[in-house]
Write a protein of this length. Sequence first.
Length: 179
Amino acid sequence: MIALITGNLWRALAAFLGGLVVILLIQIHGLPIIGGGLVSRLERITALNDANVKSHRQTKDNFRAAMADAQRREVFRLARVKAETERNNDARETAVNARLTALRTRYDSLRRERGASPTSATGGVDVSGLPVPAFGADAASDADGLSTALMCSTYAVQLDELISWVEAQAAVNVNEERK
């Protein structure tokens, strides 16, 4: 009787282990009717992970390309702003020099008309008996007022050109990219 029980027990145990192996194989590999098992899930997850990695690399490549493009545009924008600023500086410098030259020419012409040399406040008259006047605010008064007018006109021209320069510089759009 013991042989019968032990013989059936081994068979029952072998049948149980065989069934367990079949269940594990079905769980691992799956059945076409039931769907995929662990192997097919692993393949799906691996494919999803590969797609995610590829997408991440593409995003990083796009970001690098966008940064390079932004840096290139920034270099061009700065070059444009610098060129416009220098063009404004040159134009204002040329304009102020032309206006000051014209003013100085007019001053010299008026001094000659009145008989005074541009280098002498006495108009060429010998005044050797008088002390040499100081320069600047303490100098002998300008009888014809031309020196004062020249000085005031020079300041006015400089201020006018400074205003024009500031307006030209303010007109430079430093934030906009031109194509």
